[in-house]
Design a protein around this ligand. Structure first.
Ligand SMILES: C[S@@+](CC[C@H](N)C(=O)[O-])C[C@H]1O[C@@H](n2cnc3c(N)ncnc32)[C@H](O)[C@@H]1O
Length: 264
């Protein structure tokens, strides 16, 4: 608890990032990991392996860019820093001391949708239009040899949509359409980025009963269909009783080592 307060107070980030809940959500992810790390291990290992598979596909190893690096639970940071001249971690907020000793590591605090700050400003004004996401940062950097979007895609709408729903001043379909556009824009963005581009993301949100019977499997991507297919695995996100005494929650995850070599 004290550590959480310290993290919340001392992690540097812009006011809107803190106010909208990005920082608290990142702290909550770390806390859940601490409670159920054995259940998460196969997923974290698969994610790290897929990123390294993608890294080995790169003919040159100058810059690697990782989106959604967060607490670095699923990033093989040491190996990437050995393999690449520069490793660039991108997240809306970074834990301050992680990766401190890697000299070729750069942390970029950036909202990959480019919309969070605008949402923060228009959320209380339902007559103002919601922003459209159309990111292009890094697209014209020819030295980027690897990009990985790491367990981020389904998370993009989560904070901004929750923030707007809580205000109860916009119709749900408008907020849902906004969330879908964030996902679609990230998929289009990945296509425009240079180098080998890897994507690891949730596809389905699954609920199981206490006997392990699958009760529900919901689309995690707001109806956006990925134009690529890769490996699939289950992430035991919240095994009973982590989030409920009755139910366990899982994610069906897709891992694609290079979106440019795979088309459905
Ligand atoms: C489920 S976590 C991914 C796990 C993370 N790689 C780790 O090891 O902790 C999603 C991450 O995406 C970040 N994130 C969410 N929305 C973002 C945005 N719009 N731009 C950049 N990062 C974002 C969160 O801060 C969080 O660190």
């Amino acid at each position: 608890m004290l550590l959480d307060i310290a993290r919340f107070v001392f992690t540097p980030c812009p006011g809107h990032v803190r106010a909208m809940g990005y920082l608290s959500e990142q702290i909550a992810i770390k806390n859940r990991f601490d409670r159920v790390k054995d259940a998460w291990k196969p997923h974290l290992d698969r994610t790290k392996k897929l990123i390294l598979d993608a890294a080995r596909l790169c003919p040159q190893r100058r810059k690697a860019v990782l989106f959604g690096s967060g607490m670095l639970l699923d990033i093989p940071l040491d190996k990437l820093c050995e393999m690449f001249q520069e490793v660039i971690l991108v997240d809306v907020v970074h834990p301050p001391f992680k990766g401190f000793f890697h000299r070729n590591l750069t942390k970029v605090a950036w909202d990959v949708t480019g919309t969070a700050q605008a949402v923060y400003h228009v959320a209380d004004h339902p007559n103002k239009e919601l922003p459209l996401s159309n990111p292009d940062r890094f697209c014209d950097d020819p030295e980027i040899d690897l990009v990985a979007s790491v367990n981020l895609l389904s998370q993009l709408p989560y904070i901004p949509c929750t923030y707007m729903v809580a205000r109860k001043n916009r119709p749900d379909p408008i907020i849902t359409a906004f969330g879908k556009q964030l996902i679609q824009a990230h998929v289009e963005y990945l296509k425009r980025l240079p180098g080998v581009v890897a994507l690891i993301c949730d596809l389905k949100r699954r609920t199981l009963d206490r006997n392990g019977k699958l009760l529900e499997s919901l689309d995690a991507l707001y109806g956006v269909e990925l134009p690529w297919k890769g490996e699939e695995w289950i992430w035991d996100l919240a095994p009973r009783p982590e989030a409920s005494p009755e139910f366990s929650y899982q994610r069906l995850v897709a891992g694609i080592a290079n979106i440019k070599s795979l088309v459905w």
